[in-house]
Design a protein around this ligand. Structure first.
Ligand code: CP
Ligand code: NVA
Length: 299
């Protein structure tokens, strides 16, 4: 039997595969008929809440002719200590693919190691590759090829920021990262990025990071599982994406945010709901990007 086609992280996949997935996503969005997934079932396993990931996978799978079923820690034996490995073995006997949203990357890897069907990363504490496929698709839809362009991340160096780092290497664009020194993505990932090519530049000053940016991105200051706190709020306040900061980017720069957003914290309503924002297209593109991922995994 062939090894399952897992979609775990951008850096684990080759560039041709990532481009193939994006080409499929764009074609499906433009009306091309996707291969049918009739008779296939995708299990959605959530250890954390979700709106976009849950619904876009459900609707996407249904549109492709397949079905989904959803389980959480609380309504499955995972919450009572059944191992992820055993869950992977059992689910593989019932379903054709598994999407897993979990905290630790090691949980995702355990699911993939023991599943005999494809496993898709639906977000971990360190990455969110389905989101980045939609984000690259959204950039290209609005501004053409992302290769050679500049994206500025401003805010917490969280899982989504870490995946932008992976994307910058895989899709060949410059990434300016403006994060407080204590909230940078993991050093091991930054070291990997440095070794792979000089795409990522760190900035302390958000204004400087935005110079020449074609796209400005941010995300919540408090990711799921992280505690809210005044000290963090204060630390990140200078990184808020607001009208003054946006003026430092190119006049035609677009604004992206994976959502959910917190107006008045990481971004002002004037930017999120303003003319440069493409966040609703970005949310829609989760659906199309994941159809690309599903047909690639289940081909
Ligand atoms: N952007 C994103 O993954 O949203 P959800 O947490 O709602 O799935
Ligand atoms: N960084 C956020 C992304 C949510 C989609 C979180 O992990 O909560």
């Amino acid at each position: 039997m062939n090894a399952p086609r897992h979609f775990l992280d951008l850096r684990k996949l080759d560039r041709a595969t990532l481009r193939d997935v994006l080409d499929r996503a764009v074609a499906y969005k433009n009306g091309k008929k996707a291969p049918s997934l009739k008779g296939k079932t995708l299990a959605l396993v959530f250890e954390k809440p979700s709106t976009r990931t849950r619904i876009s996978f459900q609707v996407g799978m249904r549109a492709l002719g397949g079905e989904t079923l959803s389980l959480t820690q609380d309504d499955s034996q995972l919450g009572r200590g059944e191992t992820i490995a055993d869950t992977a073995r059992v689910l593989s006997r019932y379903v054709d693919a598994i999407m897993f949203r979990t905290s630790k990357e090691k949980n995702l890897l355990e699911m993939a190691e023991h599943a005999s069907v494809p496993v898709i990363n639906g977000l971990t504490d360190t990455s969110h590759p389905c989101q980045l496929m939609a984000d690259v698709m959204t950039f290209e839809e609005h501004r053409g090829p992302i290769a050679g362009r500049t994206v500025a991340w401003c805010g917490d160096g969280n899982n989504v920021a870490a995946t932008w780092i992976q994307a910058s290497l895989q899709f060949d664009f410059a990434l300016h990262l403006a994060c407080p020194a204590s909230r940078l993505p993991a050093k091991a990932l930054l070291d990997w990025a440095n070794q792979e090519g000089e795409r990522v530049t760190l900035f302390e000053d958000p204004q400087a990071a935005l110079v020449d940016a074609d796209c400005v991105v941010t995300d919540t200051w408090f990711s799921m599982g992280h505690s809210d706190g005044e000290a963090v709020r204060k630390l990140l306040a200078p990184y808020q994406v607001n009208d003054i900061l946006m003026k430092a980017a190119k006049a035609e720069a677009i604004f992206m945010h994976c959502l959910p957003a917190h107006r008045g914290e990481e971004v002002t309503p004037s930017v999120l709901d303003g003319p440069q924002s493409v966040v609703w297209d970005e949310a829609e593109n989760r659906l199309h990007a994941q159809k690309g991922i599903l047909t690639w995994c289940l081909a």
